[in-house]
Structures are given as C-alpha cells and as structure tokens.
Design a protein around this ligand. Structure first.
Ligand code: AGV
Ligand code: CA
Length: 309
C-alpha cells in the first residue's frame, strides 16, 4: 500500500526537482501540493507546479496557494530565478495553470486533504513550514492524521546559510523565513524529522553528477532534470554559494530512510536577532529526529535511477 504524502514546497529549482522525484516513487501517493511564496514568486511557481504535474500525467493532483508571507524575505534574485523553468522547451507549450488566485489557499487544502485521508499522511516540507502550522492551528485535531513530517530545515553543528543584516549566520533559510512558525511546529511535538545542512552539505550538485545524468538524456526525465540542475550552476553570487541537493535529499528520505544516519535530540528554535531561525540543541527543548549523515554514493545512484524514465 502506497504511503500518502502531502508536499509543501517553495518553488525553487530543487523544490521543483523534488516534486518530480516524488512523482517517480512507486510507493508514494502524492495527494496534494501546496506552494509557499518564499524562495519564489507565487504565480510562476504555481505555473511550474502545474506543468510538472502535467508532464507526469498527474494534473488531477490538487494544488494550494500559499498567501502567507514570512518575516524575513528571500533575496529577490533568488525568488525570480525559477521562472525560467516555465520557458524550457519541454514545458513552455504545456497548458498554463488556471488563474492562480482560483486555487484554494494552502492551509485549506492541507486541512481538506488530511480530513479526507483514510490513513495517516506523511508531510514533506521543502520550504518554510508556515502553511502547515496555519492549517494545524485552524484544525488542531488533524495532528492525529500525521504519520511524520519530513522537513529540509535547520543547521545544528554546521554554519547556517543566512547571510544578512542583524544576523550571525547560524540559521538555515527555511527556518529563518518564518522562525515563529518553526518554533510553533517544534512545540507541537509531532513526529518531526529534519534534513538539516549538517547532512545536505555532503551532497553538492557536482559536475560529475550532471555529466553522468547527461549520459542518459534519451530518457525524458533525465533530459529535463539535467537542464534544471544546469540552471543552478551559476547560483548567485557564484563566488560565494554552492547549490546543494537540499530538498532532493529530504525528498529521497521518503524512499530510503535506512540510508540516513539519524539521532533524536532535544532542540529548539530561536525567534530573535542575532540568531533568529537558529535550530539548536536544548535540554529543555522538544524531541526532534535529525539526519546527520547519508550514504552519499547510494543517494546519487538512486537519483540517477529514478530519473532514468
Ligand atoms: O536553505 C536551503 C533551501 C532549500 O529548501 N533554499 C534552497 C532550497 O530550495 C534556500 C537557499 C539557500 N541558499 C540558496 C537558496 C541559494 N544560493 N539560492 C537559492 N535558494
Ligand atoms: Ca526549498
């Protein structure tokens, strides 16, 4: 029996790659996709979401629109970047998504899908967690319907990736965008697995990986994902940033949890400068499972296999 999964992503290139990856998993049934307007602008991101569902013959899957904007906005250059995806040859002529404002709001779609699910649902978050928190505040009884939350978020024993004013660099962006919601999520004390920078730092997008992927471009998904990953090589500013398999790694956890090293710690989230959004171990905090390592070779091989379609 397939695992029911609800995905909330925030429209960046690896979020969209992650949506594709979920759709290749035979043991996963994606029951809805909601989009957070964080590392994207919402209209093009909803369009990409819909086009990728069509490409996979899954356009019946419901989409929800995030209307909540976090406290610390992503840089405009990052948010604008993924719109290019809708212009790629494999996507440009697919029908555009309907009026983006006609979609249900993301928290309402989450509530609707959890309510109607006949078994517990796994929630995959590859952006901030605000939509899920809004849904669970509105309908707290639905916490019982959650099997596990898998979230690409946080940085524990490594540096964060936020570099901005009033910040000491300890936070990861998905938490920093809305630290208040992140703290609430942790306080819900649900089964929460984080895929933090501690483990995603092990899996950069390498030229070697792209070169291997390119040897299988006769397969439609290898061709498209090769183009998507190529767009990450000039991450802005390129002298400063490396693009990692952040969300892809978190997504692969659904299919290969046994390949990860995890530990359960007591942790908390800071909501104030200079370390807003920092995730840190705290003896008075809440139980969280965090991934600290992964079988790197197995992971890259798995991605290559899934996209050989
Ligand atoms: O912090 C990682 C998260 C992931 O969900 N995102 C990108 C992934 O989708 C934010 C981010 C960090 N560095 C970035 C990011 C960069 N250089 N460009 C775009 N987004
Ligand atoms: Ca993301």
């Amino acid at each position: 029996m397939a695992k029911l999964v609800l995905m909330d992503h925030d429209g960046a290139i690896d979020d969209l790659l992650s949506q594709l990856l979920v759709l290749t998993m035979p043991d996963v049934e994606l029951i809805g996709v909601t989009v957070t307007p964080a590392d994207c602008y919402i209209e093009p991101a909803l369009d990409s979401t819909y086009k990728l569902l069509q490409l996979m013959g899954q356009e019946q899957i419901a989409i929800g629109r995030g209307d909540y904007y976090g406290i610390n906005a992503f840089p405009g250059e990052w948010r604008a970047r993924p719109e290019i995806i809708n212009a790629l040859p494999m996507l440009i002529n697919l029908p555009q998504s309907p009026d983006p404002y006609a979609y249900p709001s993301a928290p309402d779609l989450i509530i609707d899908k959890l309510t109607s699910a006949t078994e517990k649902v796994t929630i995959l978050l590859t952006g901030p967690c605000s939509n899920l928190v809004l849904a669970l505040e509105k309908a707290p009884e639905l916490k019982d319907k959650i099997e596990e939350i898998v979230w690409m978020a946080g940085a524990f024993k490594v540096h964060g990736n936020v570099q901005t004013f009033q910040h000491d660099g300890t936070a990861e962006w998905n938490v920093f965008w809305d630290p208040i919601s992140a703290k609430k999520l942790v306080e819900f004390a649900l089964p929460l697995t984080l895929i933090p920078l501690d483990v995603t730092n092990h899996v950069p997008v390498t030229k070697k990986f792209l070169s291997t992927l390119a040897t299988q471009i006769d397969h439609k998904l290898s061709n498209l994902t090769g183009q998507l990953w190529a767009l990450t090589i000039d991450t802005i500013p390129s002298y400063h940033y490396t693009y990692f398999m952040w969300d892809i790694l978190a997504t692969s956890y659904l299919a290969m949890p046994e390949q990860f090293t995890t530990e359960t710690i007591k942790a908390n989230v800071s909501t104030r400068p200079p370390n807003a959004g920092q995730t840190y171990s705290d003896p008075n905090g809440y139980d969280i499972k965090i991934a600290t390592d992964v079988n790197v070779a197995y992971f890259y091989a798995y991605i290559l296999k899934q996209f050989k379609q």
